[in-house]
Design a binder for this molecule. Structure first.
Ligand SMILES: *Cc1c(COP(=O)(O)O)cnc(C)c1O
Length: 224
């Protein structure tokens, strides 16, 4: 399936006036497909699997910004800390501590987003508000334990549904959380990024206040 450059430019045009970042989700696509978009100027790419992001990192130009958007297991953190641009799906203190520990070993601060559970499906990961508060409080109280992470914002995935009201409601809730906590500024936390919106719901996500969208299928075709 060829990369859809027309769609790429169409989306870029929609995002530009609003200063929204496009992460091109390239999981299961070849490095050749990625390079096709790279050559159009795209630099931010999102990957879900550790082995895949590591392999691709070795093949892609050094100024490619690789985002990890999947569910990260603590025991795999060390494989990606040396190059990852932003980890979107952090959903526990245990994971955050491990990321900071691995970051410390190579003296690199790892940028992270906290994933909030907004969908109906229980299979989707994420923190509830109480857990989010707990993470922020802990990071604030023990800055040295988390010296090599920086929390840049929140991420969420809406329910897989074409019920516009429902999906918008979930995005609204995430935006509300973002606004509520964005003034909490600590040594290693300042919420400026709101990562929400995928191929099927990004237009709603933008209207509800997204600052970063993650698009795969519209650019690279449906995954099989
Ligand atoms: C796969 C994936 C996307 C992209 O999905 P599309 O529907 O192909 O745009 C976005 N975010 C996450 C977390 C994903 O796993």
């Amino acid at each position: 399936m060829p990369v859809n450059k027309t769609k790429y430019y169409e989306i870029k045009k929609e995002l530009e006036p609003k200063n929204i970042t496009l992460v091109a989700v390239s999981k299961v696509r070849t490095d050749k497909d990625i390079l096709e978009l790279y050559n159009e100027g795209q630099r931010d790419f999102g990957e879900n699997y550790v082995q895949e992001i590591v392999e691709k990192q070795g093949l892609l130009p050094k100024d490619t910004r690789l985002h990890f958007i999947g569910h990260l297991q603590s025991n795999k953190v060390k494989q990606i800390v040396s190059f990852v641009h932003l980890i979107h799906g952090v959903d526990s203190l245990k994971l955050l501590r491990e990321i900071s520990k691995q970051g410390a070993k190579i003296n690199r601060v790892i940028h992270c987003l906290l994933q909030i559970h907004i969908a109906e499906e229980q299979t989707k990961f994420g923190l509830n508000e109480e857990e989010l508060l707990n993470v922020i409080a802990e990071v604030k109280q023990k800055p040295m334990e988390y010296a090599h992470i920086f929390i840049d914002g929140l991420m969420g995935m809406a329910t897989f549904s074409d019920d516009e009201e429902k999906v918008r409601g979930e995005f609204k809730y995430l935006k509300y959380m973002f606004d509520k906590y964005k003034d909490v500024t600590t040594l290693n936390c300042n919420l400026t990024i709101l990562s929400m919106g995928m191929s099927d719901d990004y237009k709603w996500a933008i209207e509800e206040g997204s600052t970063m969208i993650r698009i795969g299928s519209l650019l690279f075709g449906r995954r099989i």
